[in-house]
Design a protein around this ligand. Structure first.
Ligand code: AMP
Length: 473
């Protein structure tokens, strides 16, 4: 099959050819004809499968083949919601690339940067708007964007949006949209939570799927090396230097850990930079650009910040720490081996991380092969695999973002804070603004929701006062 068989228009086919794509990926072949036909689609596709083009190409096809609605104003014809700024920027770049031969106006909006230039961009309307939820709500509250003429809604990485506690923001956004519209929902997995959410969004959807839930991408060669915690930096440096690796994406569980590792690598003469929620958006964009350009050899990232990092042929992913949440392992290693390329994912696992390893192997239903590093033996050996590959019970639905991740001191956890930052904390700020505003809102539920959240936070504080604080982030 080739792209012309999917019914895409000539300007799009020319843009695809320029990218060097010879044939549609499986998710593209399955989804594109239905999207062109105007159907609602629920697609289960992991990152790296070509899912972005799977919705971008047919949306551009439809928008460019139907007349622009008359009327002025800051309207958007298609809205793509993403969980993180990096993914929003990535999707926007794809829309620009594939739409280069079309008269299509695109805007991308997310938090952490000034809102005024985004307002200006939206003036006069756009064809495709890519947004993170919080900033979109801020812009809508300030009348900077309207949706009366919205034709298509895309939820990209819907599972991640729920994980990050965006459910209420999504519901509020859906209420702002016209009832008659096309809906596309992309998610790595179709968990019960996603199906619940889908019920309120899609109508009579076509379901397409290209990979079973939580299967790790076959093109990624996974392995682990058992190490002493204190030896991890040395082992990492040895791997990078001895193998002469470039473009190594390293995952750290915490922001402080990421900063510390960058310092240690720099001290050993390995060019490295960090990307996480404590960095300004400018610093994050710069670090990513330098890494992509090959100026920086190692990029150390936390899980949230790494979402949306799409680098062609990224060959090496290293888990410096195992993730607290087993699903993040699948997302992490999915950064390599994208679009048919092969990649390698190595985890440095210390004795105290054995429980996390057990959870990962149960989720991916296979053992992660172990590698031995010549001349190196950890003092505390890692126990052998438990070989427990039973089904994992579905997770309980997550609480909304404002109450997710409260730590024992009642303050938001590192992860909740980083989530908010991924979106610029726009929604949180606007909620604060609204709750402190004595004027009643048209949506009168909002101030009482803030009150409820405060009460819930207090209750969580009481209940969890004996638990240790969550430092993930
Ligand atoms: P995604 O899953 O959308 O994040 O895409 C992963 C990578 O696959 C991106 O770098 C795309 O440029 C690339 N890609 C998308 N479609 C194709 C295709 N049909 N052939 C080859 N590469 C593709």
């Amino acid at each position: 099959m080739n792209f012309a068989d999917l019914g895409l228009s000539k300007p799009l086919l020319d843009a695809i050819e320029l990218q060097g794509y010879t044939e549609p990926s499986p998710i593209q072949a399955k989804a594109i004809p239905h999207v062109i036909a105007g159907r609602d689609v629920m697609a289960a596709a992991q990152t790296g499968t070509g899912k972005t083009a799977g919705f971008t190409l047919p949306i551009l096809h439809r928008l460019s083949n139907t007349p622009k609605p008359s009327g002025k104003g800051n309207q958007a014809r298609a809205l793509v919601l993403t969980p993180t700024r990096e993914l929003a920027a990535q999707v926007a770049a794809s829309v620009e690339t594939y739409g280069q031969n079309l008269k299509i106006k695109t805007a991308v909006v997310f938090g952490g940067v000034k809102i005024n230039p985004q307002m200006q961009k939206l003036r006069g309307g756009v064809d495709v708007l890519i947004a993170t939820p919080g900033r979109l709500l801020d812009l809508h509250n300030q009348n900077a964007v309207q949706f009366d003429q919205l034709e298509v809604l895309v939820l990209d990485e819907a599972d991640r949006m729920l994980d990050m506690g965006f459910i209420h923001d999504i519901r509020r956004i859906i209420k702002m949209l016209p009832k008659k519209r096309q809906n596309l929902l992309f998610s790595a997995t179709f968990s019960n939570d996603i199906r619940q959410l889908a019920k309120t969004i899609v109508h009579d959807p076509i379901e397409v799927s290209v990979s079973p839930a939580n299967s790790t991408v076959d093109s990624v060669q996974q392995s682990l090396i058992a190490v002493e915690k204190t030896d991890k930096t040395n082992v990492l440096t040895r791997l990078i230097v001895e193998n002469d690796w470039f473009q190594v994406l390293v995952f750290s569980r915490t922001k402080h850990g990421a900063n510390r590792l960058v310092k240690q690598l720099l001290a050993k003469g390995v060019e490295a930079s960090a990307i996480h929620g404590n960095k300004s958006q400018g610093a994050r964009t710069k670090a990513l650009a330098e890494f992509k350009a090959g100026k920086v050899r190692v990029l150390v990232a936390t899980d949230i910040a790494a979402r949306g990092i799409d680098i062609d042929q990224l060959p090496h992913v290293i888990n410096f720490d195992l993730p607290q949440v087993a699903e993040d392992y699948v997302h992490r290693i999915g950064r390599t081996g994208r679009a048919g390329a092969t990649g390698e994912a190595i985890s440095l696992v210390s004795h105290d991380e054995f429980k996390l390893l057990v959870a990962i192997e149960r989720l991916i239903k296979k053992e992660v092969p172990r590698k031995h590093l010549d001349g190196y033996q950890p003092l505390n050996d890692l126990p052998g695999s438990k070989g427990d590959f039973r089904d994992v019970k579905p997770k309980k639905p997550k609480k909304p973002r404002s109450s997710v991740g409260n730590s024992s001191n009642g303050k938001p956890s590192g992860r909740a804070k980083e989530n908010a930052r991924s979106d610029g904390g726009g929604a949180q700020r606007s909620r604060k603004k609204r709750s402190s505003n004595s004027k009643p809102q048209s949506n009168s539920a909002t101030p009482s929701r803030a009150g409820r959240n405060a009460r819930r936070a207090k209750a969580t504080k009481r209940v969890t006062s004996n638990r240790s604080s969550n430092t993930v982030g």
